[in-house]
Each structure stands twice: as structure tokens, then as C-alpha cells.
Design a protein around this ligand. Structure first.
Ligand code: ASP
Length: 436
């Protein structure tokens, strides 16, 4: 009975491909009716897809909370934590600004909106809220007035703030609070184990999510928008393989191919859920398997999922050029600088859930006087791009985390080169020894 088991990563990719094929087949070949719409798409696919996504979402708040507390507890030193925090923040902002510069320049080459004269076209009504939160409020908002409320509403920045504070205080109290300290460590182990078990059904969840998406949308509407879509995908590819690859190589001397091979299950997961928030537990766990200590990833990954969205910024840069060209609006250098600034801010303000990048895009459009109606044109095909950019958003968090962990001597590269691209049962036999 020694059958060779497929790794979880391979299973996730098989689920993804099967979901794509089945979804497209259902969309084009199965006639509309009770079986297709009620039983299949809004029944089975919805049940397993959304059910799996909700299971992952269920884990995010407690996992993030306990892993940050225990991570901060084990580092203990506030100066070191502050240094790690500032370095991470700096890298997140720099990589996002770089992403927009790349997408603006790349779009100048491909001209995604040229030939689409939309200046006279009346576009679909869009309900876009203008996100105009002032900088000061944003900073103050990080301090929770009521941490219980932050936990219950899932306000990630407030949870990070409170958990870091609590972890540092527990470390300083040391032997005076053995029960609470032990409780935090044990609760963290429990959450890790729950994540591991939920991940086991990821292939089915991913299959159902992708099948539902493609049986809903098919490929309709892709053709007229092909240039725009390919430009966004091209920009995402450059960021993923060139920018992140180079950063990894330069700062950690890691072979990017090995890194991304081990990381591919996170890519598949982010792609199918289109939610960096739901991907947090998988991202932290996979990085741990790749040798990146949870002491760092426990707070840089949730922080990144909240404020670092390089993929979203790339889509926004391309959308700016697309709409400007399609509506015949000239943008000068000052406008480009404004776009770089506002899209970086928008990336910080974009929630880590599907589709929000399109909403914060209104803020970017407003800053340079582009018609917000332009967003209506790209809305129809945004879901697929949302999936792709979420994969890049999560990779950006992981790459920065790996660099910071490397500089803090908390990246065990040997583990990366030996790692199986999988969570294996054996890993959890050693749960007692897990160093967080
Ligand atoms: N879906 C993206 C994420 O969760 C955000 C977006 O660009 O809409 O990272």
C-alpha cells in the first residue's frame, strides 16, 4: 500500500486546471436551466468554493493574532521589532512605487487604449465610492479604541498594533505571567494545526472556485479588451519574475526559480480566491516550510496583505494609460508623478478582498482628472485580472518578508533548498518543536 502521493501543490494545480476546463465547458456547452444554474453553478461550485474560502477566512483573525503575539514575544526586543517594521514598510512602499513606474512605462509601449475612441461613448453607470481618507486619520486609525471590536471586525492594522504591543509586554513580564504566555503559545499551535487541516481540502476548494468563476463569465468580453488585459498580465509578469527575482537574488542570494517553485501553491491559492486576506495563513505556513521564520512573517505577511498591493498598483497604472488613450486625454509628466503617488496610497488603502482595487482606482482617476466612467469599461473583465494581481500582491509580501528575514538571520536557506513543495503530515508530527 505504498502508493506515491501527489504533493499538495500538484493537487492544487490539478484542481485549478480541471476547474478551468469544466467552468469553460459549462459556460459554453451546457444549456441554461435548473441543472446548470441552480444545481451546478450556484449549488455545488458555490458550496465547495465559498465554503472553502470561508474556512480560510475563519482562520485569519485568530491565526494572525496569536502568531503575532508569539512572534513578538520571542523577539521581545522593541528596538529590533521597530527596525524590522520600518524596513518592511520601506520595502513595501518602494516595491509598490516601482510596480507603478513599470506599468506606466510598459503601457506606453503597448498603448492599450489606442484605437478605442471612447470619448463619445456613454459608459455603464458605475457606483464608485471615492476613497478620500486623510493621511493623519489613517495613522490614528491604526490605534484601536477597542481591541475586541478590532478582532471582531477583522481590522488588520489594529490587530497587528495590539498584538505586537501585547507580545512585547508579555516578553518583558517573562516569568511573572507563565500561564498567559503558555496559553498564547498553545493557541498558536492550535491555529497552525487548524490551518494545516483546512489546507488539505484546498484542491477541491480551488477547483470549485475556478469552475464557478469561469462558468459565470467564460471568455466573453475578453476580445475587445485583449490589449489591455495582456498589458496588465505583462506588467504583472515583469514584477513577479524580474523585479522580485532580482530582489531575491541581490538581497538573499536565493535562486528565484527555486523560491517560486516552492511558493507556487500560494500563487495558485491567491489566484483562485482573489483575496490576499484569505491567503495569509497559507502564505505564512508555506514560507515557514521554505525556511522563513514566523518571527518575521507572522506580522509582515498580514501587514503586507493589508498595505502592500503591487499587482493592484500595476493594474491601476495600465488602467490610467488605457482610459487616457481611449478618451483622448493627454497626461503630462506631472500627472504621471501624481499617479505614482496616489496609486501607492491606493495600494495601502485597498482592502485585501476581491475586486477592491477597482474601487480605489476611482481615487487615482480623480487625482488626474480621468473620467471615472472609464472604470465601467474594465469592470466586465476585471475578475480574471483580479485573480492574477492577487497572486502578485501575495508574492510581493513574501519576497519582502524573505529579504527582511534574511537580514535578521531568520531565513534558513537550507530548508528552502531541501523543502518539499508541500505541507506534509510529518511536518506536523514535529509541531512541538515548531519554532515560531
Ligand atoms: N483582490 C486583491 C487582493 O486581495 C485586491 C484588488 O486588487 O482588488 O489582493
Amino acid at each position: 500500500m505504498n502508493k506515491k502521493k501527489l504533493s499538495l501543490t500538484s493537487q492544487i494545480f490539478i484542481g485549478l486546471l480541471l476547474g478551468l476546463v469544466l467552468g469553460v465547458a459549462v459556460h459554453y456547452w451546457l444549456p441554461d436551466g435548473y441543472f446548470k444554474n441552480t444545481i451546478l453553478i450556484n449549488g455545488i461550485f458555490q458550496l465547495f468554493g465559498t465554503g472553502f474560502m470561508r474556512l480560510m477566512q475563519m482562520l485569519v483573525v485568530p491565526l494572525v493574532f496569536f502568531s503575532i503575539v508569539t512572534g513578538a514575544m520571542s523577539i521581545g526586543d522593541t528596538k529590533r521589532l521597530g527596525k524590522v517594521g520600518l524596513k518592511t514598510l520601506g520595502l513595501y512602499i518602494v516595491t509598490t512605487a516601482l510596480a507603478i513606474v513599470i506599468s506606466l512605462s510598459f503601457s506606453q509601449l503597448t498603448n492599450p487604449g489606442v484605437g478605442l475612441n471612447l470619448s463619445q461613448v456613454k459608459t455603464a453607470e458605475t457606483e464608485i465610492a471615492t476613497a478620500s481618507q486623510k493621511g493623519m486619520d489613517m495613522v490614528l486609525e491604526i490605534i484601536p479604541k477597542n481591541p475586541i471590536e478590532s478582532l471582531s471586525s477583522g481590522n488588520m492594522l489594529q490587530i497587528i498594533f495590539f498584538a505586537l504591543f501585547l507580545g512585547v509586554i508579555l516578553a518583558s513580564l517573562g516569568n511573572h505571567v507563565p500561564v498567559i504566555t503558555r496559553f498564547m503559545n498553545e493557541a498558536n499551535e492550535v491555529m497552525m494545526s487548524m490551518t494545516f487541516h483546512v489546507m488539505k481540502i484546498a484542491p477541491i476548494g480551488v477547483f470549485a472556485l475556478i469552475a464557478k468563476t469561469f462558468s459565470d463569465i467564460g471568455f466573453d468580453g475578453f476580445l475587445p479588451m485583449l490589449k489591455y488585459m495582456l498589458t496588465v498580465l505583462g506588467g504583472l509578469g515583469i514584477q513577479l519574475f524580474l523585479v522580485y527575482g532580482l530582489l531575491l537574488f541581490i538581497f538573499t542570494k536565493t535562486n528565484p526559480l527555486v523560491f517560486f517553485k516552492q511558493f507556487s501553491s500560494v500563487l495558485g491559492f491567491a489566484f483562485s480566491t482573489a483575496s490576499s486576506g484569505a491567503t495569509v495563513p497559507v502564505n505564512i505556513q508555506t514560507l515557514e516550510d521554505m525556511g522563513v521564520s514566523k518571527k518575521i512573517s507572522s506580522f509582515t505577511i498580514p501587514l503586507g496583505a493589508t498595505i502592500n498591493m503591487d499587482g493592484t498598483a500595476i493594474m491601476q497604472g495600465v488602467a490610467v494609460i488605457f482610459v487616457a488613450q481611449a478618451f483622448g486625454i493627454h497626461l503630462d509628466l506631472a500627472d504621471f508623478m501624481t499617479v505614482i503617488g496616489t496609486a501607492t496610497m491606493a495600494s495601502i488603502g485597498t482592502a485585501a478582498v476581491p475586486g477592491v482595487g477597482l474601487i480605489t482606482l476611482a481615487m487615482v482617476f480623480n487625482s488626474v482628472g480621468l473620467p471615472v466612467e472609464g472604470i465601467g469599461i474594465i469592470m466586465g473583465i476585471d475578475r480574471v485580472l483580479d485573480m492574477a494581481r492577487t497572486a502578485v500582491n501575495c508574492s510581493g509580501d513574501a519576497v519582502v518578508t524573505t529579504i527582511v528575514a534574511h537580514q535578521e538571520k531568520l531565513f534558513n536557506k537550507d530548508k528552502l533548498y531541501q523543502a518539499k513543495p508541500d505541507n506534509d503530515d510529518d511536518d506536523y508530527d514535529n509541531l512541538d518543536n515548531v519554532e515560531i
